[in-house]
Design a protein around this ligand. Structure first.
Ligand code: BES
Ligand code: MN
Ligand code: MN
Length: 462
């Protein structure tokens, strides 16, 4: 029987070329101008699933972007793996900071990727990682080594909150019935330090608007006599953290799960070099909540960050003006047990309460989602762990990530199954940033590792 390594050696040029074709289509979900490209990408994913051996593949229309569903049911008594991924990508801007155009993929070597990395928007998040599953499927079906049933659900709205996917999942419990959900849309510690993501943070995303006078004013004639919305907004935002970088919204930490000393000690074993971390970001110090390490701050602790802030005059030169309005977009990353809707309400009440006289404040919630933690004693985790051990030659480290995939907790709630997060990207792959890339080695290693998961999951399910 053909093994996965030789299958990859024989087919890797084709795998890369196919991925490059997929990366050329700008499937930007945030911008409706790209609707046709989004649909084109869904069609391309559908064709790739048919070629990989799915028996049934369909484009499921939603109120937004289509979901591509595919399946191969070989025997109803065998377990079923549901693969989830997303074909939509983040907008590429600021476009002038890309070294090569975001939708014209090129392969270049980097310090972290001496074998080359594919540079393109979506290379790592998530087209490249999603496509590893399509190619692993192709290997298993074409060499007669698919040990169980498979379902694919590849959506086109992850980057904008998966609202229509949530509706689809709620309406299709039977169709999506599975024994485990498998996702590659996260990262790992390093190419020689494999890790499996065991947690994701939740999210609450809000927009705030501060209104002062009913029109923009001359800052000489009125300055000092009326509240300046930009001054006020920045002051309000600054007050959201105390001197220990603790978030000062009343009730914010009430449901935060505090890890035990042992759990924190276990976490601290993951390799991490603070000097390299600072060097990679060109910063002379890290910053964050007092009493927690960098790895804790970006995984097991909740945060509040301004993602964008605007108002007044930002054009060339100087204009003396007091703006009528100031705005900010704020995200809060949440940890398990914090309810995102409750946190959104706490934020809203607090932000309205701290507004001084002379301004009006409006808080508009955007989207959000719950965090997720998965136990490491489940069959799914054990199967993944064995697969990594075979492919990497060492056992993976469980690691909680700071990012969010809000639909994962909805999967658990609706479909009652656990999700295994087998991510192969690196933090340095610049997802959501200019020059996003995905290591060629990582892409191929993912394809190599995935069939092992199917094999071990099926064996452990008996
Ligand atoms: N794939 C990412 C999430 C991710 C990346 C988790 C790396 C862990 C490690 C996903 O596409 C994403 O960007 N999620 C958004 C939230 C979403 C609601 C827009 C995020 O985390 O900001
Ligand atoms: Mn993603
Ligand atoms: Mn993303």
């Amino acid at each position: 029987m053909k093994n996965i390594q030789s299958y990859i050696t024989e087919n890797k040029e084709r795998f890369l070329n196919e991925l490059i074709e997929l990366l050329k289509i700008p499937s930007i979900s945030a911008d409706s101008a790209y609707k046709t490209d989004v649909e084109k990408t869904a069609d391309a994913v559908k064709i790739s699933l048919e070629k990989a051996g799915c028996d049934l593949v369909e484009i499921c229309e939603t109120a937004g972007n289509p979901i591509v569903y595919g399946e191969k049911i070989i025997n109803k008594t065998l377990p079923t793996v549901l693969v989830y991924g997303h074909y939509d990508v983040q907008p590429p801007d600021p476009i002038n900071l890309w070294d090569s155009p975001p939708f014209e993929p090129v392969i270049k070597t980097t310090e972290k990727h001496p074998d080359g990395a594919i540079f393109a928007r979506g290379a790592c998040d998530d087209k490249g990682q999603m496509y590893m599953h399509v190619k692993a499927m192709e290997f298993m079906t074409s060499t007669n080594q698919l040990p169980c049933n498979v379902k694919f659900m590849i959506e086109g709205e992850e980057e904008v909150g998966s609202v229509n996917l949530a509706t689809f999942v709620k309406a299709n419990h039977d169709k999506l019935k599975n024994d485990v959900i498998l996702i590659s849309d996260t990262g790992m510690i390093a190419n020689d330090v494999p890790s499996i993501t065991t947690g994701l943070r939740g999210l609450s995303y809000v927009e705030v608007e501060v209104t002062g006078p009913n029109r923009d004013l001359h800052s000489g004639l009125y300055g000092g006599a009326v509240a300046n919305p930009i001054n006020i907004l920045t002051k309000m935002i600054a007050s959201l953290h105390d001197e220990n970088n603790h978030i000062s919204i009343p009730g914010f930490y009430d449901k935060v799960e505090e890890l035990s000393k042992d759990e924190r000690a276990e976490m601290a074993k993951a390799p991490f070099n603070l000097e390299n971390y600072k060097k990679a970001l060109d910063i002379d110090a890290v910053y964050g909540e007092k009493g927690f390490s960098t790895n804790e701050r970006n995984s097991i602790r909740p945060t509040l960050d301004v993602n964008g802030i605007w108002g007044g005059y930002t054009g060339e030169g100087a204009k003396t003006v007091i703006a009528s309005k100031a705005y900010a977009k704020i995200s809060m990353r949440l940890v398990p047990h914090q309810e995102w809707e409750e946190i959104t309400n706490l934020f809203k009440t607090h932000f309205e309460n701290i507004a001084p006289e002379g301004v009006k404040v409006k808080v508009t919630p955007h989207h959000g989602g719950q965090g997720y933690v998965t136990p490491i004693d489940s069959i799914g985790y054990q199967a993944a762990s064995k697969a990594y051990e075979e492919a990497f030659g060492k056992a993976p480290i469980p690691q909680r990530s700071g990012g969010s995939i809000p639909i994962v907790s909805l999967f658990e709630q609706e479909l009652k199954s656990k999700t295994i997060l087998m991510g192969f990207g690196l933090d340095s792959d610049a997802i959501h940033s200019p020059n996003e890339h995905f290591g060629v080695w990582n892409f191929l290693k993912g394809i190599e590792t995935i069939p092992g998961f199917y094999k071990h999951f099926t064996a452990l399910s008996k």
